[in-house]
Design a protein. Structure first.
Length: 202
């Protein structure tokens, strides 16, 4: 068998449509050798449709990760016990946010519809996205989101010194469980519901 260097152009081509195990099988080599070669030459790795991006929320250093973390910290749910399920439910009018979240995560989980009775007794149509990933859940927990988080969720440590990410985080919190009200005097009032730490630092 030729060295992998001799197959460089073929590896680059295969990388657009095949995973590392598939390329290893085609070339008659091992997964580890293909992985080492691709890392060395910085060849983009294929992520299969439906395979979650497990780097999600590992760091909260860009707009989507900070925004969706804020959304989850106020309006998301992490299953209790050993289950890794992560769920975000929104009104049907906000389904586009779930679609964007789904695309960012790289998953194909269905967005399901259900009805919920609101505090005022009215019935609302809701949309729910649920997925499971032990790695993503661990990333979220490392930043302060836990199951039964209503009283325990915390603000990420960078909120005082990284203003760009903090702005996106608070925007996600408000979109998740906040409100903007313009009163009769023309004053805009912002409210947010969350844990003590979330509300205190807001």
């Amino acid at each position: 068998m030729k060295s992998l260097e001799a197959h460089h152009d073929l590896i680059v081509k295969l990388s657009k449509t095949n995973t590392m195990p598939e390329i290893a099988k085609i070339l008659g080599t091992t997964y580890n050798k293909i992985r080492t070669y691709r890392n060395k030459h910085k060849i983009n790795v294929l992520i299969r449709k439906g395979a979650i991006n497990e780097h999600s929320f590992k760091t909260l250093d860009d707009e989507p990760s900070a925004y969706f973390y804020g959304f989850l910290v106020t309006d998301g749910n992490l299953a209790s016990g050993k289950r890794s399920a992560i769920t975000l439910s929104l009104k049907d009018t906000d389904e586009h946010i779930l679609q964007t979240f789904k695309k960012w995560l790289g998953i194909t989980s269905n967005i399901n519809s259900y009805t919920s009775t609101l505090i005022n007794g009215s019935i609302a149509t809701m949309k729910r996205l649920s997925f499971g990933s032990k790695v993503v859940r661990s990333n979220l927990e490392a930043h302060g989101i836990v199951s039964n988080k209503s009283l325990k969720a915390t603000v990420p440590v960078w909120y005082k010194h990284d203003w760009d990410c903090a702005n996106h985080f608070w925007r996600g919190c408000i979109d998740g469980d906040g409100s903007l009200i313009l009163n009769s005097r023309g004053t805009c009032i912002v409210s947010l519901t969350g844990s003590y730490d979330i509300c205190k630092k807001f």
